[in-house]
Design a protein around this ligand. Structure first.
Ligand SMILES: CCC/C=C/C(=O)SCCNC(=O)CCNC(=O)[C@H](O)C(C)(C)COP(=O)([O-])OP(=O)([O-])OC[C@H]1O[C@@H](n2cnc3c(N)ncnc32)[C@H](O)[C@@H]1OP(=O)([O-])[O-]
Length: 308
């Protein structure tokens, strides 16, 4: 439990984050695609080869919508360290991710990020911190996407009165990632087995948190072995939706919300169930071997393909 003297929520809320920059090339986009399982079970997958190879003479490779989560990499870990918040970073877990996409990503680009604090909550046993990043294309000044990252700081709650726990949010409640899963049979189900080396491949895209690679750090954090990055699991789930519901058209994705409910061990099989409600896909991802739900959320679409 956090010592109240180590936490000054008002100081954290008034903190001004410096802008950050990020540049990527086609190589980064392709490496990321491999990290989230593109062409994992079929090297010539007709829906996915375009993310890693200039197929049929296409000039540029295509970029997955979840690549949005990499644009904030340089603002990543350091943006969770704020004046007024002291906690053990080894106990930090990724809780939720919300992404809005405004324009398809070019295959290479220079990015300018504007960062702000979107939420801070005292949950008693934990504190929840939410950071929002707006990513602009440097050349055109166009807004490409917005990411809202929620982290769960285990052991850092209890910094306010339990009768009136501190809670600050500056965004609409309909953007929360928690969803109610329908009781009906899913519209579609997709299964994908992650590789035992999946986290080691994914980390090359820039998330070097040792929780995903170092057995000793993983044990300190309470896991039997290094766990998969939450955003890697999200990448697998959204790929399943692009394949099964968007029929391979990644540009149909408008926004993505995901709540990480349980850790995934690299090598486990991910089964994503999808329900279509108008232009919203509600989804749930389970680990087949442990029969446990690890991720759930929704994806809003710009439209449906005529072949659906
Ligand atoms: C990005 C940086 C680095 C990346 C690291 C990774 O990738 S790590 C790998 C990827 N990440 C992982 O592997 C993490 C997987 N997830 C977990 O292990 C667990 O879900 C947990 C430990 C985050 C919370 O479990 P628990 O049993 O301690 O929680 P509880 O059910 O008792 O609820 C307490 C309160 O918290 C709320 N709340 C609950 N969950 C979430 C959430 N996800 N999100 C937000 N909020 C959440 C819940 O609504 C409730 O509030 P209310 O309603 O009372 O106002």
């Amino acid at each position: 439990m956090a010592n109240a003297s180590q936490f000054d929520p008002e100081l954290a809320i008034s903190h001004k984050f410096p802008d950050t920059t990020y540049s990527y090339t086609e190589r980064d986009a392709a490496l990321y695609a491999l990290g989230v399982g593109v062409c994992l079970s079929d090297a010539v997958d007709t829906d996915e080869l375009k993310y890693v190879y200039n197929e049929n003479g296409q000039e540029f490779i295509k970029v997955l919508p979840t690549f949005a989560t990499l644009l904030i990499r340089n603002s990543g870990a350091s943006s969770f360290i704020l004046p007024g918040l002291e906690y053990d970073p080894r106990l930090l877990l990724h809780g939720q991710q919300y992404i809005e996409l405004y324009k398809p990503f070019p295959s290479s680009c220079q990015i300018h990020n504007k960062i702000s604090l979107a939420g801070l909550h005292d949950k008693g046993k934990a504190a929840i911190l939410e950071i929002e990043t707006k990513s602009y294309e440097k050349d055109s000044g166009d807004l490409l996407c917005m990411n809202r990252t929620t982290v769960f700081l285990r052991g850092a709650g209890g910094f306010s009165k339990s009768s009136k726990p501190f809670s600050y949010t500056n965004y609409p409640s309909n953007q929360t990632s928690a969803v109610k899963i329908p009781e009906s049979i899913p519209f579609s189900v997709f299964e994908d087995r992650t590789q035992p080396s999946q986290a080691l491949l994914y980390r090359l895209s820039g998330d070097h948190n040792p929780l995903h690679s170092d057995p000793i750090i993983a044990k300190v954090a309470g896991f039997s072995q290094p766990i998969l990055h939450g955003l890697c699991t999200l990448g697998f789930a959204v790929r399943a939706i692009i394949k099964c519901i968007c029929r391979g058209d990644q540009d149909l994705i408008k926004s993505i919300a995901g709540r990480f409910l349980l850790h995934v061990y690299p090598g486990e099989t991910l089964v994503t169930e999808m329900w279509l409600e108008g232009l919203r896909v509600i989804y749930r991802t389970k680990v087949k071997e442990r029969k446990r739900t690890v991720l759930s959320g929704f994806v809003d679409l710009r439209g449906l393909t005529s072949s659906l």
